[in-house]
Design a protein around this ligand. Structure first.
Ligand code: BGC
Length: 469
């Protein structure tokens, strides 16, 4: 069976490079781009990420980040000072546009800057700042709501803080060597690579970046090329990964959590306790992924996370179904019972936070060849936004109709996505980003998408030396 024989492909490359202070600081600053997404899970991001792909490719990743921060700052000002409804609408759109630009550029930036041995950990700082953004926004919303009539202005206007962080950050960040080469700044790119890796012998990696850039120059229109057969495997992932991330039901579970917190007796403090507890679990569990993803690999975390999420969805469905039934009125719910469901929800949140959450930003950002990377990342961001929106609209209605069956529906989705990942996702751990094509060419299912002569050449290269970097 295909999935059973998937072994991690190797590119045979072992680039020298350390986890330097320069790369850590760079990645921490860049990852703050996740704060704005966490602060406001905006929907209009889906249009802007498509435009951002051109900015990211032509002007560099930093320009997109800066532009994202600028739009988000403008949106927060429109909202904070709104005196008419149209200002709130414009503000809302600007926030979304800002998020689209940031989500389009930050994951790519992190994956390009990181040495391949630490790429998973450094890229996942993005998800960590998303979770911090969510936690801070929920806490602020709660406290600002108590301020009185103008508290909402503080909540909405407060979005300017993460916006300024990403704007300032993008001014001090270096451009990625990949992007500098793509735009013709060859010498600068080499110096940057030497600084980031902390070693002078970066020739092998540098030459591969040049080769990737040469190949990418042959592709004039990323948008028309992306549909070509040879990009089908990566395109499938660009669409399915963000879609599946939303179909885990994470946002629904978090949405439902305050009801349970109320039941265990938190009454008016239920929403605060819910966002505090699930928010802290979400952030802490992301650290688990950061510390393990480059050791155990992406597939292991995806599959373990899926099993954990599946079990939790089933348990929540049974627990809620048994008490609420179809009527929706549980009567007097024992506190211990509700506490148990809250614990299960926390286990669910933790499972998401070390699998589908961070990996679904990491994997798309590392699997695309340079020539279609920006365009493909836009597709990932857009699909994420479309499904966040659809689930918020459709599933809230469905929850009223289906009740606890809704959680079973998500459990079915989780089984489908786990099988999909098991059979179709190659392991990308430790493979240099510009060498990634090797994993597709040696994959039992996807190899047929590449012509045989180049596939065998690449496999030979991969087998030359079994060490990944
Ligand atoms: C997802 C969001 C989710 C958040 C939770 C992100 O990766 O895209 O939809 O709310 O994680 O931490």
């Amino acid at each position: 069976m295909a999935g059973g024989v998937i072994t991690p492909a190797t590119s045979g490359k072992d680039y020298p490079g350390n986890l330097t202070r320069s790369v850590i600081i760079t990645c921490v600053i860049a990852a703050t781009g996740g704060l704005i997404f966490g602060y406001d899970l905006g929907i209009s991001a889906l249009f802007s990420s498509l435009c951002a792909s051109t900015i990211t490719r032509v002007m560099g990743r930093r320009a997109s980040m800066f532009f994202g921060g600028l739009l988000f700052a403008a949106g927060s000002l429109f909202n904070g000072f709104a005196s008419k409804v149209w200002m709130l609408i414009v503000g809302r759109l600007l926030l979304g546009f800002g998020i689209g630009c940031a989500n389009q550029s930050v994951p790519i930036y992190l994956s390009e800057v990181a040495p391949c041995r630490y790429r998973g950990a450094l890229n996942q700082l993005f998800q960590l700042t998303i979770t911090i953004g969510i936690l801070v926004a929920n806490l602020l919303n709660y406290f600002f709501a108590k301020v009185g009539g103008w508290g909402w202005r503080l909540s909405l206007g407060g979005a300017i803080v993460p916006a300024l962080i990403i704007m300032l950050g993008s001014c001090v960040l270096p451009e990625t060597p990949n992007s500098l080469i793509e735009r013709g700044h060859i010498d600068q790119a080499k110096n940057k690579l030497i600084k980031l890796r902390g070693v002078s012998n970066v020739d092998e990696e540098f030459n591969d970046l040049i080769a990737a850039s040469e190949a990418s120059k042959l592709v004039e229109h990323p948008w028309s090329n992306i549909t070509k057969r040879k990009y089908r495997p990566q395109l499938t992932m660009a669409i399915c990964i963000p879609m599946f991330q939303q179909l885990t039901g994470m946002n629904m579970i978090v949405f439902y959590a305050p009801v349970l917190f109320q039941t265990i007796g938190f009454k008016t403090e239920a929403s605060l306790m819910s966002s505090l507890i699930t928010g802290i679990v979400n952030s802490l569990a992301t650290l688990v992924s950061i510390f393990t993803v480059d050791k155990v690999g992406r597939r292991t975390l995806y599959l373990e996370g899926s099993i954990q999420l599946f079990i939790c969805q089933i348990v929540v469905a049974i627990a809620i179904g048994a008490k609420f039934g179809f009527g929706g009125n549980p009567g007097e719910l024992p506190k211990l019972y509700a506490a148990f469901v809250v614990v299960v929800i926390c286990i669910f949140v933790a499972g998401f936070a070390w699998s589908w959450g961070p990996l679904s930003w990491l994997v798309p950002s590392e699997i695309f060849p340079l020539e279609i990377r920006s365009a493909a990342q836009s597709i990932t961001v857009s699909v994420n936004m479309i499904f966040t929106f659809v689930i918020a609209q459709v599933f809230t209605l469905l929850l009223c109709k289906l009740r606890f069956f809704m959680f079973l529906l998500f459990a079915v989705f989780i089984v489908i996505m786990a099988i999909f990942m098991y059979y179709l996702l190659p392991e990308t751990k430790g493979i240099p980003i510009e060498e990634m094509v090797v994993v597709w060419k040696s994959h039992p299912v996807w190899k047929s998408y590449f012509d045989q002569s180049s596939a065998s050449a690449s496999l030979e290269m991969g087998n030359k030396d079994k060490d990944t970097c």
